[in-house]
Design a protein around this ligand. Structure first.
Ligand SMILES: Cc1cc2nc3c(=O)[nH]c(=O)nc-3n(C[C@H](O)[C@H](O)[C@H](O)COP(=O)(O)OP(=O)(O)OC[C@H]3O[C@@H](n4cnc5c(N)ncnc54)[C@H](O)[C@@H]3O)c2cc1C
Length: 385
């Protein structure tokens, strides 16, 4: 599919087709970013804001369509990134966590001053698209990256044109990684979630998290109140050789009432997707091609939260490309590799949880100070005020 499109800054070719003007070295773009979600938006905005010619390819026509995230934003991202400008109507502040043992015994966790934002995620994704355009990026919706070939000093992206840098922010199964010979994510959790528009939890101010080896081996289940309804989901270890269908209906039958979800609700949309859980890929950047966000495996192996990390890394990559092209800064590939969090401790915890997740210690010890401390480390990292 050809992704070029007419714009006022285009120049007509001899065939009458409109093309982006090339610079003296023959490049239409400084950066082509694949994916207009968190990592791609952060990268493209950082580069465009510094004056680069940025093109963003997003295969969805509507960026709010077919979501693969619960969209919960941690305090740091809500306060220290562009996401701080999200319209208030798109977010809901959640200040505590209710953690449920497999027996449904529960404990309330909080860190004063700390919070999460649940979101009207489709609206957030459309807002991001508006921000991309507002910052001068050439956002092409409904335009899938298919292939790219190496050229001197950059890449020729099929149907798009020549770019000095190609950034893969195209999620856990990155086509950019495959086509450019970069590292691919190999270990995943699989997350699935129902949306219940208009529903309300009994305790709507908490994030409800459920430990259950039966329903969510390797991770947890959750219920969360967002600005317009409830999201209920679970994630589990993904083993392609023994793929099992997550029993989200069984999970909701067991956990829904305990978590304060009204009975007999019908789900609206379903969100589902793979979550990288083994840390950054080895070959994250090379030869003017760089991976970021989920494509680079930059997701916490413990919390499975990736939005903040995707934003931070994407922004670093966009700024590094600009610094390199405009001011002769260090190679952005080197910066991208150095900036990728390694998650060493969290990977070790993931390894342990994967092998030693038994129900009885949580049933027995949920209220004990060590378990409570460990849970608060995971959810809040002692990051309250
Ligand atoms: C069920 C689930 C729940 C989650 N909940 C949370 C949460 O609450 N909080 C949190 O912090 N993290 C959560 N995560 C993880 C988080 O969603 C991701 O880490 C984050 O979205 C990563 O952002 P990204 O921009 O790297 O990739 P993605 O959000 O995956 O975006 C990739 C983008 O690239 C586009 N794309 C893909 N291929 C192509 C192509 N060939 N051409 C053009 N475009 C393409 C896609 O359409 C998409 O828009 C969740 C993940 C899942 C699966």
């Amino acid at each position: 599919m050809a992704c070029s499109r007419p714009r006022t800054t285009l120049s007509p070719s001899s065939t009458g087709e409109m093309h982006m003007a090339r610079d003296a070295d023959g490049f239409e773009f400084d950066v082509v970013v694949v994916g207009a979600s968190f990592a791609g938006a952060a990268c493209a905005i950082a580069a465009a804001w510094r004056g680069l010619r940025v093109c963003v390819l997003e295969r969805k026509r509507d960026p709010g369509d077919k979501l693969r995230t619960t969209g919960i934003i941690v305090k740091e991202a809500a306060e220290q990134t562009l996401l701080q400008h999200l319209p208030a109507a798109m977010t809901r502040r959640i200040e505590s966590v209710r953690l449920y043992a497999p027996s449904l015994k529960q404990v309330a966790l909080a860190a004063p001053g700390y919070y999460f934002l649940t979101t009207d995620t489709p609206a957030v994704m459309r807002w991001l698209a508006g921000q991309l355009r507002g910052h001068g990026a050439d956002l092409r919706l409904g335009c899938a990256f298919t292939d790219a070939g190496r050229i001197d000093g950059g890449w020729e992206v099929t149907g798009v044109g020549r770019t000095r840098y190609l950034v893969g922010a195209d999620g856990a199964r990155s086509r950019v990684a495959r086509r450019c010979g970069l590292g691919e994510v190999r270990q995943f959790l699989y997350g699935i979630e129902y949306e219940f528009p208009g529903a309300r939890l009994a305790d709507a101010d908490a994030l409800h998290c459920f430990i259950s080896r039966r329903y969510a081996p390797g991770y947890i289940g959750w219920l969360a109140q967002n600005p317009g309804g409830v999201q209920a989901g679970l994630a589990l270890r993904h083993d392609p050789a023994q793929a099992r269908v997550p029993d989200i209906d069984g999970f909701l039958l067991r956990a829904g009432i305990a978590g304060g979800l009204p009975r007999h609700l019908r789900p609206g949309h379903t969100r589902a997707g793979l979550i990288p859980c083994s840390g950054p890929v080895l070959d994250l950047a090379r030869d003017h091609a760089i991976l970021t966000g989920d494509a680079a495996g930059i997701v916490s192996p413990v919390t499975a939260g990736g939005i903040h990390a995707a934003w931070e890394h994407g922004e670093t990559v966009g700024a590094a490309i600009a610094a390199h092209l405009r001011d002769g800064g260090p190679a952005p590939e080197t910066v991208a590799i150095a900036a990728a969090p390694r998650f060493r401790t969290k990977r070790a915890l993931r390894w342990l949880y994967d092998r030693l997740q038994f129900d009885w210690p949580f049933d027995l010890l949920l209220h004990s100070p060590p378990l409570r401390w460990a849970a608060e480390q995971v959810y809040f990292h002692k990051r309250g005020s």
